[in-house]
Design a protein around this ligand. Structure first.
Ligand SMILES: C[S@@+](CC[C@H](N)C(=O)[O-])C[C@H]1O[C@@H](n2cnc3c(N)ncnc32)[C@H](O)[C@@H]1O
Length: 249
C-alpha cells in the first residue's frame, strides 16, 4: 500500500496513537513512522489502535481475535428487540467476547457464558471482561462439546462463515491479519453453523432461542437447516442484506 491510499482521517488517528505512546516527547515522529509502516503493510487500523468501541463498551483487539464488525453491533440491537432471555445465555464463537460482554451489560442478572475453540481468543475475551468489569464465564470448547445447556434459553453465534475456497479473495487486511479460525467456514461456509444446529437438535432443550449471524448469500440454506424449528425469522443488516436468522426450539 502507498501512503496516498491511506485516508487523512486514518493518518490523523495514527498520529494520535503515536502521541498516546509517548506523551509529548520528541520520539513521536519515530513512533508515528513505525505505526504508519504497519498500516502500509495492511495491518488493520483497529489492531494498531488496540481498542475499538462496540455498542456501549470498549474492547481490546489484536491478532488473537476477529475485529468486531458493525453487523454484529446491529445483531445486539435485534436481540434486544426480539428476544427475552431469563435464565442463561451462551455466545458460541465469542472471539473478543463482544457479544457475551454486551449481553452481560444489557442483562446483568442473567448468567452469560462465552465459548471459543481458540485459547488465544479466550485470553483476550477474559482481558475484555476485566476491562469492562463484566462477570462473564469463558470456556474452551468445540461448539457445545464441553458445555452444559440445561438452563440455557438463548444461544447466540457469529461463527466463521466464509467458504474455504473464497478465503484467498479476502482483503489483505483480513486474510493476512485476522485469525483464520475466525473466518474459515469450511467447504460451503455452513459447516460449523450446521454442526452447531445438529448439536442443539441432539440435546433435550426446549424454549431455546437461537440467534445466528450468517453470510448474506447463505440465508436460504440456513433456513433449510432450521426447517424443524419454530418462529424462524430472517433479518437484514443495515445494508439490506440477509444477515441474521433467529429461531426457537
Ligand atoms: C467470526 S468470529 C466471531 C467472533 C465474535 N463473536 C464477533 O462477533 O466478533 C468466529 C469465532 O468462532 C470461533 N470458532 C471457530 N470454530 C469454532 C468451534 N468449532 N467452536 C467454537 N468456536 C469456534 C473462532 O475462534 C472465532 O473466535
Amino acid at each position: 500500500m502507498n501512503i496516498r491510499n491511506i485516508p487523512e482521517h486514518e493518518l490523523a488517528r495514527l498520529r494520535e496513537k503515536a502521541k498516546e505512546i509517548n506523551g509529548a516527547s520528541s520520539s513521536n515522529e519515530q513512533d508515528y513512522s513505525t505505526l504508519l509502516t504497519r498500516r502500509l503493510n495492511h495491518e488493520p487500523l483497529q489492531y494498531i489502535e488496540e481498542y475499538v468501541p462496540f455498542y456501549t463498551i470498549q474492547l481490546k483487539v489484536d491478532q488473537r481475535c476477529l475485529i468486531p464488525r458493525p453487523e454484529t453491533e446491529y445483531l445486539i440491537e435485534l436481540i434486544k428487540e426480539n428476544t427475552n432471555p431469563l435464565k442463561s445465555i451462551l455466545d458460541i464463537g465469542t472471539g473478543s467476547g463482544c457479544i457475551a460482554l454486551m449481553m452481560k451489560a444489557l442483562y446483568p442478572n442473567i448468567e452469560v457464558t462465552g465459548v471459543d475453540i481458540s485459547e488465544e481468543a479466550l485470553s483476550i475475551a477474559i482481558e475484555n471482561a476485566q476491562l469492562n468489569s463484566l462477570a462473564v464465564n469463558f470456556l474452551q470448547s468445540d461448539l457445545l462439546e464441553n458445555i452444559k445447556t440445561e438452563n440455557v434459553d438463548l444461544i447466540i453465534a457469529n461463527l466463521p462463515y466464509i467458504p474455504e475456497n473464497t478465503l484467498e479473495s479476502l482483503d489483505k487486511e483480513v486474510i493476512d491479519y485476522e485469525p483464520l479460525i475466525a473466518l474459515n467456514g469450511g467447504v460451503d461456509g455452513l459447516e460449523i453453523i450446521s454442526r452447531l444446529i445438529n448439536q442443539i437438535e441432539d440435546r433435550d432443550i426446549s424454549d431455546l432461542t437461537l440467534c445466528l449471524e450468517i453470510d448474506s448469500t447463505k440465508s436460504s440454506q440456513t433456513l433449510d437447516l432450521l426447517s424443524d424449528w419454530k418462529d424462524v425469522k430472517l433479518f437484514k443488516d443495515l445494508a439490506e442484506k440477509d444477515r441474521y436468522v433467529f429461531a426457537t426450539k
